[in-house]
Design a protein. Structure first.
Length: 223
């Protein structure tokens, strides 16, 4: 069940203030900022499926070696594919410092790497260059959008983690002895989310599919 920024603020107020009346002025501003901090920490701790962007397909109008990435980009979650080709269309991700060695080995070596930062923007570089009209497709892990209005939906799936994390930060700033309790409970909620995501459903095929499987190829078999 989805919940909003307002729901989290009410949960926090019910415990910290013993009153569900929404805070005002500076108190409200501070608490909204803390909610965003807790949600950002959640996104940084692991790779939540709620933040995964599937099938991102940027438009390639001109031949190029570099593309700007979305402002919410965190990391690639799979190899980029040029869907306009039927073979030799995947780009392995490498570290930027490896690119020179790769080029000296083979100028046509297919690879990509990302760079930039959250201030100036992030980008992805390809070798060889993408052709004009290339149909690029890849999945990536994103960062959550900031919660601004009271009706904004919280992306993090655990309401318990969110409000306990905020309360822990409030109590920490006040040197309140209840800080360890709420911090521990928030960490437990985070651990539960990570465990639930790692667990496969009963309908899931517990194996990693590769291009060789699709071609009926089995390692060690001649046929």
């Amino acid at each position: 069940m989805s919940f909003t920024l307002n729901d989290i603020l009410n949960d926090v107020a019910a415990i910290v203030d013993q009153d569900t009346t929404l805070a005002t002025g500076t108190d409200l501003t501070v608490r909204v900022q803390l909610v965003n901090q807790v949600q950002y920490q959640w996104a940084k701790n692991y790779q939540p499926k709620e933040l995964r962007v599937y099938g991102f397909a940027p438009s390639i109008f001109l031949s190029c070696t570099s593309l700007a990435l979305p402002s919410n980009f965190k990391s690639l979650m799979g190899r980029p594919y040029d869907m306009s080709k039927t073979s030799g269309n995947d780009y392995e991700e490498i570290r930027p410092e490896e690119s020179y060695i790769r080029l000296t080995m083979d100028v046509n070596n297919r690879y990509c790497f990302t760079g930039g930062n959250e201030v100036t923007g992030k980008w992805i570089n390809f070798n060889p260059a993408l052709a004009s009209g290339a149909s690029l497709l890849f999945d990536y892990q994103s960062l959550p959008s900031s919660l601004v209005t009271l009706q904004d939906i919280v992306t993090c799936p655990s309401r318990s983690y969110m409000y306990k994390g905020v309360i822990a930060k409030i109590y920490e700033s006040r040197a309140d002895p209840r800080f360890p309790q709420f911090n521990s409970e928030a960490e437990d909620s985070l651990a539960n989310m990570m465990e639930e995501e790692a667990a496969l459903s009963g309908a899931f095929s517990n194996q990693i599919r590769t291009q060789y499987d699709r071609q009926n190829f089995h390692i060690g078999s001649d046929g």
